[in-house]
Ligand binder design. Structure first.
Ligand code: GLY
Ligand code: MN
Ligand code: MN
Length: 453
């Protein structure tokens, strides 16, 4: 079950797994509603957001709690109504419009599980719903919502009960995540070839999009495509249209989306052989050893701490620090080179919900001291999908701060300055946790491609 599937197999897998998936969503929602005394749940797909003083809107992003139910990315102002005991009702807004093309009536493997209705406006949607005095609503407010007589808007106790189990993916969700990984891997192969051919950041993005077959707004997040020292900007967003005269390196963090589910993949490339390319290879080994430790029962906070121990060893072997690995960790030197968290939950959102939740009733698990950017503190369970994304960066602001304090003597400044023009390295894979280990969705996806790397 680890090979990414052919299109035919993909359709069959979706057909086979969606029913049980939706059943599980219905069951857990029914339980949460009963516990909290609601008799139904209304979920909103989201509004189109207007641009200030214009009659255009921003690209539509469906709300994740709506995508939990239906893989509909392109149906603004639509609803799912769920009352335990009946099939969920999908109410799609299809305005009578000749300026924009209304959302298509959905088709495919999932539609037969829904009681589907198309309406021309929200008033017609309301008339398809019962009395909502004991119902809960999840989504943003819209004009007129106050008149719908809804019992509770975005009640936290209900949302927590629905968010918490989203960490563990169903078989259906894993099918979608594998396909998102396959599309992302296709994009990465094309991006690497564009980099080798001398492309600009923008041209590399175009190569990525074309290979995935997705437009920019269909991606799960804005790709980070950084040439040279731009790799040191963690969420670099520029997409320069000019290729730099000297090209040293590419850090590309870009993922694809399938049926609402994301991949989140980073690769780093060096144009020339040398110390930076050797460091990429060493980071790759280190990343793989972190992946090898992932299984159910592992506390993600320990993975974060282990990542710093291994980063310290790599920094020492590469001659970037002058102290022992233990000192590099204890003095905070590793945090100069690795300031972000080692990974996060992945699913309908690239940083999926519930990363800190102690139980489905709420409560948070704190991050380890000195690790403020970690986004996941839970103990892994089978079905969790997480990213594993160690990095080593040469970030001017953090290096300057270290130069000014006691950490300065631990850092080999000439070695750091020699690699600074390369920006940094991140290697990021997506892992599906099992009882005894994990499935590396990203490596499997690359391996499945005709031209794999
Ligand atoms: N692409 C954002 C992240 O890796 O978390
Ligand atoms: Mn990530
Ligand atoms: Mn990423």
């Amino acid at each position: 079950m680890t090979r990414v599937e052919t299109q035919h197999d993909l359709q069959r897998s979706l057909e086979q797994t969606f029913g049980p998936h939706l059943h599980a969503v219905c069951e857990r929602t029914a339980r949460a509603l009963a516990t909290l005394g609601y008799d139904g749940l209304l979920v909103y797909s989201g509004s189109l957001l207007p641009v200030f003083e214009d009659d255009r809107t921003y690209p539509f992003e469906a709300n994740a709690p709506f995508k939990v139910w239906a893989p509909l990315a392109d149906a603004p102002r639509s609803f799912v109504w769920f009352a335990p005991g009946a099939a969920p009702r999908l109410i799609i807004e299809r305005p009578d419009d000749y300026w924009y093309k209304p959302a298509a009536l959905p088709q495919g493997y999932w539609v037969r599980y829904f009681d589907v209705h198309a309406v021309t406006d929200r008033g017609a949607a309301r008339s398809l719903l019962p009395d909502l005095a004991r119902a809960a609503y999840i989504g943003e407010a819209f004009a007129g919502l106050d008149d719908w007589g809804i019992g509770a808007l975005n009640p936290r106790p209900l949302m927590q009960r629905l968010d918490y189990p989203r960490a563990a993916k169903s078989a259906y969700e894993l099918v979608c995540l594998r396909e998102a990984s396959r599309l992302g891997a296709l994009g990465h192969v094309a991006a690497a070839a564009a980099f080798a051919a001398g492309a600009s950041e923008f041209e590399i993005e175009l190569a990525f999009l074309e290979a995935c077959g997705l437009r920019e707004q269909e991606l799960p997040y804005n790709p980070i495509i950084a040439l040279n020292s731009a790799g040191a900007v963690l969420h670099y967003q520029v997409l320069d249209k000019q290729a730099p005269r000297e090209r040293h390196s590419l850090l590309i963090d870009a993922g694809a989306e399938f049926a609402g589910y994301a991949s989140d993949i980073t690769r780093t490339h060096s144009r020339t052989a040398g110390d930076f390319r050797a460091l990429i290879a060493r980071m790759d080994q280190m990343q793989q050893s972190l992946c090898a430790g992932v299984r159910a029962g592992v506390d993600w906070r320990d993975v974060q701490l282990r990542a710093h121990e291994l980063t310290a060893e790599v920094l020492r072997e590469a001659g970037l620090v002058r102290c022992t690995a233990a000192e590099a960790v204890s003095t905070g030197v590793t945090r100069v080179f690795l300031p972000h968290g080692i990974g996060h939950l992945l699913g309908l959102e690239v940083h999926d919900v519930g990363g800190f939740m102690r139980t489905e009733q709420g409560g948070e698990i704190d991050r380890p001291e000195d690790h403020p950017h970690l986004r996941l503190t839970r103990v892994l369970q089978p079905g969790f999908v997480v990213t594993m994304e160690p990095g080593i960066y040469f970030i001017p602001q953090l290096l300057e701060a270290a130069r000014a304090d006691g950490r300065a003597r631990h850092i080999n400044w000439p070695a750091v300055e020699a690699l600074a023009p390369f920006g940094g390295i991140r290697i990021e894979d997506d892992l599906a946790v099992t009882a005894s280990g994990c499935e590396n969705l990203t490596r499997e996806a690359f391996a499945s491609l005709p031209v794999s790397r």
